[in-house]
Design a protein around this ligand. Structure first.
Ligand code: FE
Length: 347
């Protein structure tokens, strides 16, 4: 396998930026209606796709963006909600929407064929759109490729004593990983693992995924856990470029299975006043064009098989995702939260 180079990575970033900038907006000639989206995802990530959808179908997409509170808002609005579709990241948030009763089941041949079963709710209450892998970032200076952890389990090995940095254990990304460990190994083994990981921490959990890579750059720790797309985002950022340059990505496995992935996804709302247009948009979002655009915008992986990946992702190494259904991981989140408390992960 060819080693990733930073020149290649940066060239990939530049190509993506040029590619997405080239999308033209056009006015629809007819008025086949509208569709209303509540989005936790930033407009910059989703607007290019929505513009492409409008160009294809003439359906206008109205977006309400918020960093939080959209599920509560859907609940309050009830059947009078103008929202048709909810876009969000993390299986926890998709599952919260489902459990809050604000989603509606929908199944079409295209949705269920394109989105693998592991990445959708079985009745169609939510569908994954992109995959994000939770990977290890390892210090180029202090961790050889041979030494780098091949599995999440190895993070509990005493050889990493005082060498690992992570964010808080109760953050949704860490909770999903802990839930995945429970799903594969049972609660007892997962607890021992979490205690072992905690024992290896170089410092009290703090900061976001990128802050851990910064700490590696500053010599505070040697490896960290973080989502894969932050590698690309750091390379695009003048200050953080050096942080990214101090590490290399490693794709650990859960046991002999795959790398833990989470998703961004979508859910049809229960109210959905423009249901037909919403389903049309959902089908568009699992199509090849949108899949490629969406994944590339944020250095994520398409959920649909066979859709090309962004150049940077190809240079980072191959992703073999864990095939544990994300719905199962969502079910175990409450247990994972309890474990985090029980082992005092954040103390
Ligand atoms: Fe993130």
């Amino acid at each position: 396998m060819r080693k990733p180079t930073y020149a290649l990575a940066v060239a990939g970033v530049a190509a993506l930026l040029l590619g997405t900038g080239a999308i033209a907006e056009e006015k629809a000639a007819v008025n086949p209606g509208e569709v209303n989206v509540y989005s936790y995802r930033q407009p910059v990530l989703i607007e290019p796709m929505f513009n492409a959808f409008t160009r294809d179908t003439g359906v206008k997409v109205n977006v309400v963006f918020a960093a939080k509170g959209l599920v509560e808002r859907l609940k309050q609005e009830g059947r009078n909600s103008p929202a048709d579709l909810l876009l969000t990241v993390d299986i926890g948030r998709l599952n919260d929407a489902y459990e809050a009763g604000v989603t509606a089941p929908v199944k079409t041949a295209q949705l269920t064929t394109n989105v693998p079963a592991a990445f959708r709710q079985s009745d169609g209450h939510w569908y994954g759109l992109t995959q994000r892998a939770r990977i290890v970032y390892a210090s180029k200076e202090r961790v050889t490729k041979d030494d780098a952890p091949k599995s999440y389990e190895e993070l509990a090995d005493p050889k990493w004593d005082g060498r690992i940095c992570t964010r808080a254990g109760n953050h949704v990304y860490q909770v999903a990983l802990t839930a995945a460990m429970i799903a594969h190994h049972g609660e007892e083994k997962a607890e021992a693992w979490l205690r072992g990981l905690k024992a290896n921490l170089a410092r009290k959990p703090q900061g976001n995924d990128r802050a851990q890579v910064k700490a590696i750059n500053e010599g505070e720790c040697d490896i960290s856990l973080g989502n894969n797309y932050y590698f690309g985002l750091m390379l695009q950022n003048e200050e953080q470029f050096a942080w990214a340059q101090s590490v290399y990505p490693v794709f650990p496995k859960i046991g002999d299975r795959g790398t833990h992935v989470n998703i961004s996804g979508m859910a049809l709302t229960k109210a959905a006043p423009n249901r037909d247009n919403a389903v049309k948009l959902m089908e568009f979002l699992v199509g090849d064009l949108a899949q490629q655009m969406y994944a590339e915008q944020n250095f994520e992986y398409p959920v649909v098989a066979g859709v090309p990946q962004a150049g940077l992702l190809r240079s980072m190494g191959e992703l073999h995702p864990d095939d544990m259904p994300l719905a199962r991981i969502a079910e175990l989140r409450a247990d994972a939260f309890k474990l985090v408390d029980k082992v005092g992960y954040n103390d």
